[in-house]
Design a protein around this ligand. Sequence first.
Ligand SMILES: Cc1ncc(C[n+]2csc(CCOP(=O)(O)OP(=O)(O)O)c2C)c(N)n1
Length: 537
Amino acid sequence: MHTVGQAIVETLAAHAIDRVFCVPGESYLGLLDALYGRPDIDTIVCRHESGAGFMALADARLTGRPGVAIVSRGPGASNAAIAVHTAQQDGVPFILLIGQVASRDVRRDSFQEIDYGHMFGRIAKWTAEVTDPARIAETMLRALQVATTGVPGPVVIAIPEDVLTAATPNTTVHPQAPVRAAADPADIAELRAWLQQSRQPLIIAGSGLERPGGRAALARFAEAWQIPAIMSFRRQDLFDNAHPLYAGDLGLANPDRQMAALRDADLLLVLGARLSDITTQGYSFPDLVRPQMRLVHVHHDPAAIGLHFAADLAIACDPQSAIAALGAPATPPDRAAWIGRLATERRRIAAIRRPAVDDGIPFEAVIEIVGQCLTPDAILTLDAGVFAAPAYRIIPFAPPQRLLAPIAGAMGFGVPAAVAAAVREPDRQVICLVGDGGFLMTGSELALACQRPLNIKVIVSDNGVYGSIRLHQERAYPGRTIGTSFANPDLALIGRAFGFPVTRLTTPGQLAALADILRQPGPAFVVVDTSLQAILP
Ligand SMILES: Cc1ncc(C[n+]2csc(CCOP(=O)(O)OP(=O)(O)O)c2C)c(N)n1
């Protein structure tokens, strides 16, 4: 007989989930105790549940396995909500385990009680409250299945504290066979014919290719068929950005000229992307609801197809298996003019530089140096903020480099993601770019560096404002600044307090030092006095 807590831990271990992120609570001591003395599961203690959740998401993106965060009821679960939302928007498999009030007090509005089905019902893929210890195995099976199948996403499981310590007769849940669906051979044959006829095809690649072998399969396919590829929102790391077939990314606002070129595609082949808001430029590319060009949507989740754009071919399978089934044409089609046109647009965007300023360092210049100093297997984590905008434009990513940036645009993601990456991949270069606003939201997770080595280079943009919002405010209400400025503490001292070697860069002349810092091994904390002029309209 196991306790429910032990059954959960055994099930995680059986699924190769070797790390969990938590902030403790009295409501799940029975689960914590089941983690005691388990060398196969690393329990990472975090300083805020949002940090724990973001770390779990970053770890999931690096391992391909569900990220797990364990939090206390009410207040703890509320703090973790941002990670549930981010997991949903980013399509990341995430299991949030919550210690619930004792069974006898459930639905009494008892101390710190929340009905998590209501709270998370619309943002989680599935929520459950385990009332019968005998049903923990079934609940875990479904949690793992729902989190990882279709568009991956968040699952929330609440377990009352007395249920966690109750005995359960169930055995551990072992991994089941992955669900595989294959494309209809007739659809593949039709698509092959369309690809041969098409003069100006375009691939939109998305997170469905963020799986083992996905990047290599995409590159081989694009090369064999000579099709340019553009990445969905913040998925630049799926394709070698220096490749002639790289057409860029669909971001917050692509230039009109580039969009005009993309609209000239006669066949849009969507591979593992969801065609969501930002990727489709606010549901304007392609045309709603019958696109102006042929649309072929390949996605492993049939529920992700045909939500806004009617597809001429809808293929519900893993994009890698569709690519494999398509094979290669006998002779690669000659689409040099089309490929060249899209590549020119992409290069034009990457070459944009802001005019010189005299109020500090334009963060764009920092990003340019970061791009030059990334090692071939670097992991770059970005927080949300205007400081990061040039990174999506300028940095030439190439697999196996990774870009971990919140698709949901959640501030506070950058530092926890870097912490999780440094723990998961201690030998890879991990660089985190974060604004002063985002840093003071979850920068406290750097405290893990006081406990274990964290080989992270943190670069904080210190501009004294919530810059991204200030920029919008200045456009909408010129000169009427309110609610977007703040006064910072000494950020360099904070870095030092976490045990990092700290450098402060105040003038563009000092930027040469940054390259040296980034090329040296070991942790570093760099505070950049960032220009405001460079971002304001
Ligand atoms: C959790 C969260 N709160 C608020 C926002 C809205 N928001 C987007 S960017 C931004 C400002 C970011 O400021 P900072 O980290 O200093 O970077 P900067 O924009 O100045 O470069 C805000 C408040 C958000 N995206 N996420």
